[in-house]
Design a protein around this ligand. Structure first.
Ligand code: AMP
Length: 265
């Protein structure tokens, strides 16, 4: 049973090198003294009542609540939570294989068979979330970690802006990463599970080509391309890609795909 408790984190864990960082968070490898097991500790700076720096407590607690609800082999597992005054420490399963983003950067792009292998796991993770009315809202190759490079197993991370959809209206105006946001986010409309499926379409495009479907020279141009759903399968990248893969992407990069739930590949 996972529960927050007051025991100082540093009595129970030894902390080591920084393995990643987010806007208000630093992630370090740590070792639980009692068991010798390794974890990833996410130190999130809380926003003070006066200052602007740091993450609002409400948002941190939302991320923790969502992590507590999720239990899936393709999604990061929560181990423990420590409230340490000006920071919250979220102890997570440690994933050692690096980001999917790094793999694409190294290789340029993936063979179709390999891309399908990763996409299937990503879709299983997303189905688990959507079955619980949870939308991730920041799907991108940086948030897909590889737990084992040989077995090519993935773990989805970063529920910092994820939401439980109670009704459409209370989740308007959330921003993920420009390249991956769906038109409804730019248009300040309600988000839904289709918002994640759009990002899945962008990811599939990137895995297969190494290129980003909507990326412009400026953020503004990227948003114009997204709202027009203006993308192409350039021969340079897609000449040898199957029609099934292109159809999969075209089926996801659809405007107003409200409640779109095609998880198969
Ligand atoms: P986040 O703010 O959750 O996106 O985390 C920032 C970065 O830390 C990620 O992009 C990863 O590179 C790294 N990271 C986060 N969680 C873990 C984890 N459980 N295991 C290994 N690295 C992680």
């Amino acid at each position: 049973m996972i529960k927050s408790h007051d025991s100082p984190f540093h009595h129970l864990f030894d902390t080591f090198e920084v393995i990643g960082s987010g806007k208000f968070a630093t992630v370090r490898r740590c070792v639980e003294r009692q068991t010798g097991n390794e974890f990833a500790a996410k130190f999130i700076r809380k926003r003070s009542s006066t200052g602007r720096m740091g993450q609002a407590l409400e948002d941190i607690n939302r991320e923790i609540d969502l992590l507590r609800e999720i239990d899936n082999n393709y999604i990061i597992k929560l181990h423990d939570v420590f409230d340490c005054g000006n920071e919250m420490i979220i102890v997570l399963e440690l994933v050692k294989g690096g980001e999917l983003f790094e793999l694409i950067s190294e290789k340029g792009c993936l063979a179709e068979e390999e891309a399908v292998h990763y996409m299937k796991q990503i879709l299983m993770a997303i189905k688990h979330l959507h079955d619980r009315n949870i939308v991730h809202l920041d799907l991108k190759p940086e948030n897909i970690l590889l737990s084992d490079k040989t077995a090519k197993r993935i773990k989805l991370i970063d529920f910092g802006i994820s939401r439980k959809i109670v009704n459409d209206l209370d989740v308007k105006g959330l921003y993920g990463t420009p390249e991956f946001v769906a038109p409804e986010i730019i248009n300040y409309e309600s988000v839904n599970t289709g918002t994640d499926m759009w990002a899945i379409g962008c990811m599939a495009y990137i895995l297969l080509s190494g290129a980003s479907p909507f990326l412009g020279d400026t953020k503004q141009q990227t948003f114009v391309n997204i709202t027009a759903a203006d993308y192409h399968f350039d021969d340079q990248y897609f000449a040898n890609i199957s029609n099934a893969a292109k159809d999969f992407i075209s089926g996801l990069l659809v405007k107003n795909s409200k409640y779109f739930t095609n998880y198969s590949i």
